[in-house]
Design a protein. Structure first.
Length: 336
């Protein structure tokens, strides 16, 4: 039987004065919030962060508008050889940085030195990027990112501080096809083993902040997203597991601890009830430390790329092994 009712209209994140809408606060497994950010001049932060993980290489793409400056960044890592190249570009007053108010909108970063395009189509995203010089090499990439109809996502709005709040959509385990051309070498996506994750973020932030996030995906629709920092003491959690593309939201904290002082020391991720018991083994670490205003404003970010192994338990308590699942852990400390 056909329904005469369409999807519910999105809930506005803010009122016309830029105050958080209480009806937007909380968690859902599908995007439901329109994230326009009126008012709050200078404190508004918008970003889309995409990561592509394959067995042989990793690609990280960031597009951000932090109100007074735009930021576009590309990082590519060959996991086998360790070769990596990176380029970051600032844009005064976010010129050329176009970001949507919803997680399913097209977006782009245009600068003479780097161009990023994320074009939305029904059920997929076409990602293209070009740079004439990234680590001394030209870069061209063309990737198709699938959004299966059954795939759920973490959608969360959290208030913090006196006037701060943040809305996020975490999409994990999206299948990817296509290739990256770096110099004279072409890198293909491994069929059935290449996955994208997207972090859509829109919020009003205090001057100082920090957070840690971990992500992995494996064939069969298995995946995980764990985070801490920005949700602390809020009563809300972004922690989630995916089984067959369906999401299991975790209310409990996930402890994320590096087990040694070396940069590539393993990490242990666990919950008190044993639902998560994973070891993350980094293969490479990437450090980005952009500076503004003689270093008074900054965003120090560390990203570890590698593999997850261990054990999960699904909603029924059944054991789900994780073996050599590709993913990453990121930690950021900001004054912005």
């Amino acid at each position: 039987m056909n329904s005469h009712f369409g999807p519910a209209p999105p809930v506005p994140l803010c009122d016309a004065a830029g105050q958080l809408n209480p009806n937007a606060v909380g968690w859902s497994s599908q995007p439901r919030v329109a994230c326009s950010l009126p008012g709050n001049l200078g404190r508004r932060k918008r970003w889309n962060h995409w990561t592509i993980n394959t067995p042989d290489w990793t690609l990280s793409l960031i597009q951000a508008d932090i109100d007074y400056v735009g930021y576009g960044a590309v990082y590519f890592l060959d996991l086998n050889s360790g070769q990596h190249v990176a380029h970051s570009q600032l844009s005064l007053f976010a010129r050329g940085c176009c970001l949507p108010d919803t997680p399913l909108g097209s977006h782009a970063f245009e600068h003479p030195r780097v161009q990023l395009h994320f074009n939305e189509f029904p059920g997929r995203v076409r990602l293209t990027a070009t740079s004439a010089d990234i680590g001394g090499l030209p870069l061209h990439l063309a990737l198709d990112i699938q959004r299966p109809d059954h795939q759920e996502s973490v959608n969360l709005v959290v208030p913090f501080g006196k006037k701060g709040f943040h809305a996020t959509c975490r999409q994990v385990g999206l299948p990817v096809t296509g290739s990256v051309q770096l110099g004279e070498r072409e890198y293909q996506c491994a069929n059935g083993q290449s996955f994208a994750s997207m972090d859509f973020g829109r919020g009003v932030w205090p001057l100082n902040s920090h957070w840690t996030r971990a992500v992995f995906a494996a064939p069969g629709g298995i995946g995980g997203n764990f985070g801490s920092g920005w949700t602390d003491n809020s009563g809300h959690s972004e922690n989630a597991l995916w089984f067959g593309g369906l999401l299991l939201h975790l209310e409990q904290a996930v402890q994320m601890r590096q087990t040694g002082l070396q940069p590539l020391a393993p990490w242990h991720l666990s919950t008190d009830d044993g639902q998560v018991d994973l070891t993350f083994t980094p293969r490479q670490v990437h450090v980005a430390k952009p500076r503004l205003g003689l270093g008074l404003l900054y965003a120090d970010t560390y990203e570890w790329f590698g593999q997850y192994d261990g054990l999960l338990r699904d909603a029924y308590g059944e054991r789900v092994p994780v073996k050599a699942a590709n993913g990453w852990i990121g930690a950021s400390q900001t004054r912005w």
